[in-house]
Write a protein that binds this ligand. Sequence first.
Ligand code: NDP
Length: 292
Amino acid sequence: MTAQLIDGKTIAQQVREEVAADVARRLASGKARPGLATVLVGDRVDSATYVASKQNACAELGMESFHNQLPGDTSQEEVEALVRNLNADPKVNGILVQLPLPSHLDEERVLQLINIEKDVDGFSPLNIGRLAQKGREPLFVPCTPFGCIYLLEKAGVTIEGANAVVLGRSNIVGMPAALLLIGKNATVTVCHSRTRDLPAVVRQADILIAAIGKMEFVRGDWIKPGAAVIDVGINDKPDPTKKRGYRLVGDVNFEEAVEVAGHITPVPGGVGPMTIAMLMKNTLRAAEIQAP
Ligand code: NDP
């Protein structure tokens, strides 16, 4: 069997176009332009690149972005004061604090401060808590797991009743992905570094979400024939044929898995483009909540 590719690039572009059209409709009806504030503490190159792509996405979709760059030695009090100001600023609908923060800062306290109505990353304990409770809805779902579920649904994969295995239990990907799948009535197993006999667990999966950050870790013979495989991993694999000396690969051995799975996301061009698309969707939602 050769799996059907789930084309995240095209699906993300569709989401962006829908958001841009909704933003244009809001503006035409006299409402304010949705605004996203980004906060970057320090000078990590990867974080700066992510923040720049979020700002570019805002510009492309007709939203405002307000960037707040703070030096790496900014104090906890200063970061908290900035978040409080952004909470109070009516032009700011969404607040995104780029993680990780430098190690001297208390990430949990900063995330806790973000007004739940502006928590477009969905990382505040209130939003995550709501995601974990039956009958409660979070205002915002964390963007990468939101993108994973969106891709499954767009591909027509049945989630209800499926055996889903999530590899990884991080706060930003694995755990919220598992909670979302439970909310959609899948039977979910969450695996981590202490899981015994991972291949045997993965072989039970009708749906596999791999988010462990280990290059091509999941082998083709771990995949149940016909399974839907969502590969979140982004890893640099040395490749002398490439100008930059490496290429991006996922946590799943794509060449092997594509022969067994029913659906699979490529890396790059799968989950990656969805993250910013869902952030834009969340920012529009924030504007709609604050100024319906
Ligand atoms: P973390 O490092 O925060 O978490 C990794 C998880 O994988 C942990 O729960 C860890 O277990 C588990 N794990 C590590 N090694 C193994 C193993 N050998 N067997 C089973 N489980 C293992 O990573 P993230 O969740 O932040 O990211 C995961 C991947 O997704 C990375 O490649 C990252 O680059 C990518 N990513 C992609 C995004 C996108 O937009 N496409 C966005 C965010 C991340 P334990 O808890 O026991 O330590």
